[in-house]
Ligand binder design. Sequence first.
Ligand SMILES: [Ca+2]
Ligand SMILES: [Ca+2]
Length: 593
Amino acid sequence: MLRKIFTFTAIAVLISGCDQADIDRINDAIAHWDLSHLHELFPQDTQNQDGDVFDDADIKEPQQDIKQDTDVKTSDLLNPDDSDVEHPPVSHIYLIVYQDDLKQAAMNYAEYRRSSGYAVEAVSVSELVSGGLQHNSLVVPIHEKVSSLLRSIASVGDTFLLLIGDAPAEGEETAGKIPAVECTNDTIGQTGCWTDNTYGDLDGDLVPDIAVGRIPATTVQQVEAYLTKVKAHESTYEVGEWNRRVSIYTGEANFDPTIDELLEYAMFAGLKEVSHDFDIIGAYDNVNSKYYYTPFEDKVIDLFNQGNLMTIYVGHGSEEWTQGLTADQIEQISCDHREAIVFFFACYAGNYTKATNSLAETLVWHTRGAVATIGSTDVSHPYGNAVLAYEVPKAALDGRAPTIGEVLMRAKQQMVENQYDDFRQFMAAAAEAALPEMDDYTPLSTIEFQHCDLYNLMGDPALKMNYPPAQIWLPKPVEYSTHGQISFVGNTPEIDSGTAFVTVEVERDFWVGDLVEPENDQDIRDNWAVANNKVMASTTVPIVDGKFTAQLQWDHEKIKGARWIKVYVTDKMGSLPATVDGNKSTSVRFVVQ
Ligand SMILES: [Ca+2]
Ligand SMILES: [Ca+2]
């Protein structure tokens, strides 16, 4: 049934030309869609301490034949039901492969990761292969090294591969360096695909089996500066709402007006299915959108600088620019509160194989720029980008994958495996209807597999994501029977006393407040703020003995469509600084009594 609705709406959008009446009809259809089954698909309440709900027994095949010196299995550690039970320390394998002349920096990096609990092994390129290298010369030696580590170390955790050293550009000396591996990209307009994904794909099916990242450095100083960033990110955690915030900026797709509208519509349909524990702030570089802001470049810099858990771009791109951000504007970026983890779902922005730095590299080297970036090395496909722009937030915000390498690895795995998800079926149906119109007959599965290669991580794959860690228990859903009034009790088992900030909010594709017909730039900016306001009512209440009671009221004649309760808690008391925070959401339901 759901599949029918989505297939129908997708095709309706395409056939109809997607005028406002169609959008309204589709919104109406979606509004009647029972979202409760999503909670069954993504049971947010079954997260363990790390918030980890992935059943990755299949992912860890290479580790299954390892003789463990304890009885603990990976599945036990990920069991959401026993988070109170004490486990023996987890040993994650962490392999560093370093460019020959970056040995000293690699040793310092190894020492840091050892001190943070990893079973670290570091090996130079020449120890694996001496002399000049082909693009794929290191693949088999690295796989063999990983396999032998998996056999020799009693690991029960995830496995990480860090490459230290930039990929040699075309024509550069290759001896002692770590080449990017040539890959296949059937996207129309492609000019050559390069990847590190192959190093982490142990069985050759293009889907990564371990988490891979690269520090694309050419000097020891660059690696040391990056390590300083990572240490700061992992040792200083500033409590505040930026920890539950994701900023997304998007460029106008300009593929075709029909496809553009479908993409915007699909964007919101997807965002509605991503965990509402987190706030998503958006800006869209399209004068017709209520999320448009002018000057757009200023808003993009603002979004970076306010501090976010993740900053995401979706749109067109090149090695030097995305809409709203050019390489020479990076000087203006200085992230407050926490350094960004940045995703460019666009063409080329992650191409680390040229003689000059790509946007993804420039941002990683920039102080208070990004602590890790992810981007494509070649022309990427709108369908592949849309799938990743959905699976990455799901892996991070719903799955709370603990490290950036695991976020990307799991998103890629899900890109290929998550075929029965309703939203994915909707996107697939839309793409299958739309792409032939553009003379694009690439099979969707080909796009999915190839985008595992196209997207690469610039940074340490074991970099902690640093989600707000404190648990919150809420009724599910919160029920209310009086229009415009809601009250409930929440529990914070790890915070005895502190403060809870509670909001009742509309769905992500709605807003609270009145939009105006813009007559000047200030009207546009005001509309942007209204479009991003989802809060119908809010209250700040004390946590006493691990409990808080929230009562909220709103003008139900004016604001309808209560959809979510969102809670952000800290141990803040009076003027003392807070040390821990937590975030959680639950849906709301009106019941007639
Ligand atoms: Ca694989
Ligand atoms: Ca490079």
